[in-house]
Write a protein that binds this ligand. Sequence first.
Ligand SMILES: [Zn+2]
Length: 375
Amino acid sequence: MTPDVHELLAELLRRPSVTPHDSGCQDLIAGRLRVLGFAIQRLRFGEVDNLWATHGEGGPLVCLAGHTDVVPTGPRESWTSDPFVPTERDGLLYARGASDMKASDAAMVIALERLAASGHRGTIALLLTSDEEGSGVDGTRRALNFLIEQGLEIDAAIVGEPTSEVQFGDVIKNGRRGSMTGFVEILGIQGHTAYPSLADNAVHKLAPALADLIRLDWGPGDADFPSTTLQVSNVNAGTGANNVVPGQVSLQFNIRFGASQTVERIQSKVVQVFRDHAIEDPIQWSVSALPFVTSGGPLVGALETAIFEETGIKPRKSTAGGTSDARFFAANGIPVAEFGPINATIHAIDENVEIACLEPLSRIYEHALKILTGS
Ligand SMILES: [Zn+2]
């Protein structure tokens, strides 16, 4: 078999598509797919490029999804080789975006090309964005909303995020935890440290509440999700001088939670902790992702079968890790699961991907699409 995926991957990696730029990756892919009869829509919102490509007609419509943007390289001199010159060493291909996630992009494109050439039932589709690593506003979320408003119905989606952990094929993500952040500014009265009776130390007000907050018992996890976690991410107070009682302290904390929790229940639990310490300053919340899990239905089973037949490995299902664009499919009620190469070097210096996994990855996507479209 010709190393199709490897060649396309190298072409994508040479394009320095630091988020939200696409740097011609989607042009390259659109050009290849158009030749094979795919219908192509370019959805540019703001400075974000999105690509929607479909082949075939009728249902089921099964979508592969990914992103062409990459995170910044960090100091170039720290890289062993130029991050935008794909370089092979010891069976690994090094470049920014190698595993997150141009390897999957290339594998998906080749899978779609093979299916278009060999024939299939239903509709196979590809959704790419250049805004996964950035704000995520004008990317998958907006493109999906646009397509759904046009009446499009997607039956299942596979997102190619790198999910494997130790061995290629060992982990599928069939859900993700939710993420929400709380921000509170606690006010006291600034004064001289030598005259504390004339001041009200905001840090002293916060300290006992903070101790209770980080000790909160969220209960056990469940079959799909680990227990909820709360981590303090920022605390800021004080003027820098040693003789000033701080009159305010700001606190930010991030909570990761599973589908058995609700946003409201979490928020009221946190509010109660502050109330117990007579702190009534309002908490501002931002919910960046709701938890989801894909359990019933054919999607996860199709991926498991395809992975097992290609690698001999029975993958473990996981909902761990950060958020991904899969949440936008889930928010629209579309069954979604994620599978891709080993994620050990994503966002790191000397990011790389195993060359030996590239062709199998593409055959796994192809096989899963065949199962899901009944081809
Ligand atoms: Zn990614």
